[in-house]
Design a protein around this ligand. Structure first.
Ligand code: MSP
Length: 500
């Protein structure tokens, strides 16, 4: 028996210095779409996410709240993140916390491998540190002395640290990127990383002497590990590195790391070099997406424009948010998140175009075909499905949704042109064929929407008289065909009810 294909994908792990906002949800929505798509193809998917807990940002947030017990704070916050992900219906396979024992074990093992390779040495770090970025920064990273992302003056530190010989891997990294064009995407990011590795990359401190919160260095417990060195390892420890080697071997290397563009240096330079040093294979692909602003401004607590995804989901439903996030900007580019635009899309694309199509087609099936799927000649949607799959592989969600809405618009248009109510009056024998083709299109749309808007796809199936559970089990290597003549449809509640 052929072994089932596996697909391992990850999101970054999130700092718990605050609750999730729509930017974090964006990365996770995309990961969820990809995970669902690969499951649909019958692959065994491992979808990893979690929380980055050994950060100084978390310590500061706890202190701000007057919480002295940092562990209690991160416990509370991590639970909150996990709950939000659950409420929003994300289908992650596991959720890792970097304060967990399984993570610490893996980190220890990895650190020893790098040490044994001779890639760690002691030295003194003297320079800037931006806690917002959790990064050692140089003057060239700053704008007028401030971090361009956090608009804060970084901390000046001087401490004895352990360093990782990152520069030793310069040529190997460049060669890998050259030989694997798919390793860093999109292309603009790849060029950015090549320039960084060639011209700016230096050895990096991987410990902090002055901090108390974090994973103690296995060889010198007076220091804690630099949080990025520990955090990146979550991608290994969640699948068993250091605790369950068979499981680890089953899933590694990762097929895809999804990251925001702000954290690609860590993922495309430091991370692969760490792996080379420890003798672990490199992930296959890192995709960096763009940033969402809110009505043109950066999302930040001080501006008071942070959008709470749960509140939004309560009003519009999670599928509308998924739709809007994926439709508003091309994946990889920056864009604006405007609630006004979301509302417009809800009313127009979702309620008027998709919702109405389903409603009209089912109302006519009830009226003219006693509520049963009529007879008709099945259409081959091979080509549409192939281009859908290609776009999914390329993470081209914008084009996918564009394509689906093209089908929806054309179907609505064909109702206006064919006028089934006239065909019915004339008792034309074309009526059942016309309705059959419309039902087929709705069915095609439901399958295409399944990874993107899963609740909507299932609601469509129910109204088509199908069982969503058995339907979803039809793992598809090719698109299923509309069920045969005679299935009773069941027009139900509007897919996207009027907002009050
Ligand atoms: N903890 C690190 C990641 C460690 S991974 C080994 C971190 N965490 S984060 O919580 O600050 O950000 C996590 C992800 O959310 C990043 O990919 C980041 O780009 C993304 N986003 C945060 N704000 C965002 C927007 N406004 N828009 C889009 N993505 C955003 O970095």
């Amino acid at each position: 028996m052929a072994t089932q294909k596996r697909f391992y994908l990850t999101t970054p792990i999130y700092y718990v210095n605050d609750k999730p906002h729509i930017g974090h949800i964006y990365t996770t929505v995309v990961a969820d779409v990809i995970a669902r798509f690969h499951r649909l193809k019958g692959e065994e998917v491992f979808f990893a996410t979690g929380t980055d807990e050994n950060s100084q940002k978390n310590v500061q947030a706890a202190e701000k709240q007057g919480e002295k017990d940092i562990q209690a704070y991160v416990d509370r916050m991590s639970t909150r993140w996990r709950q939000t992900f659950h409420t929003l219906g994300f289908t992650n396979t596991d959720f890792i916390r970097t304060t967990e024992e399984r993570h610490k074990k893996g980190v220890e093992k990895f650190f020893k491998a790098v040490l044994e390779k001779g890639d760690i040495y002691t030295g003194t770090y003297e320079g800037w540190y931006c806690t917002g970025c959790e990064a050692f920064v140089t003057d060239s990273d700053l704008t007028e002395g401030k971090c361009p992302i956090h608009k804060t003056i970084p901390e000046k530190i001087k401490e004895k640290n352990y360093f990782f010989k990152l520069t030793k891997y310069r040529e190997l990294l460049l060669a890998h990127i050259e030989q694997h064009p798919e390793f860093i995407q999109p292309n603009a990011r790849r060029n950015e990383i090549i320039r960084y590795i060639q011209d700016f990359m230096t050895d990096v401190s991987i410990s902090r002497q002055s901090l108390k919160w974090g994973i103690p260095l296995p060889t010198d417990p007076s220091q804690v590990l630099y949080v990025w060195f520990d955090a990146l390892l979550n991608y290994l420890t969640i699948i068993g590195y250091g605790t369950d080697e068979a499981r680890f071997a089953k899933y590694w290397p990762a097929d895809l790391h999804l990251v925001g563009k702000d954290i690609i240096k860590f993922h495309c330079a430091l991370w692969p070099a760490m792996l080379m040093s420890a003798g672990v294979a490199l992930p296959k692909r890192v995709f960096a997406h763009g940033y969402f602003t809110i009505n043109g401004e950066k999302m930040s607590k001080s501006l008071g424009n942070v959008i709470d995804p749960e509140e939004l989901a309560n009003r519009y439903g999670i599928d509308a948010i998924r739709y809007h996030l994926l439709r508003e900007i091309k994946f990889g580019e920056d864009g604006d998140f405007s609630v006004t635009r979301l509302q417009e899309r809800y009313e127009n694309d979702l309620a008027n175009e998709l919702g109405n199509l389903l409603h009209r087609v089912l109302a006519m099936t009830e009226k003219y075909c006693v509520g049963k799927i009529p007879s008709g000649t099945p259409t081959s949607f091979e080509q549409e499905w192939r281009s859908y799959e290609d776009n999914m592989e390329a993470l081209n969600f914008f084009s996918i949704l564009d394509g689906i809405w093209e089908i929806i618009r054309k179907a609505n248009q064909s109702i206006n042109e064919e006028k089934p109510w006239v065909l019915a009056k004339e008792q034309s024998n074309r009526l059942s064929g016309v309705l059959y083709q419309l039902l087929e299109k709705v069915y095609l749309v439901s399958w295409m929407l399944l990874p993107l808007m899963p609740e909507t796809a299932k609601k469509i199936w129910t109204q088509l008289g199908l069982n969503p559970v058995t339907e979803e089990q039809k793992l598809i290597t090719r698109l299923p065909q509309l069920p045969s003549e005679g299935t009773t449809v069941a027009k139900g509640e509007p897919l996207f009810p009027k907002l009050i």
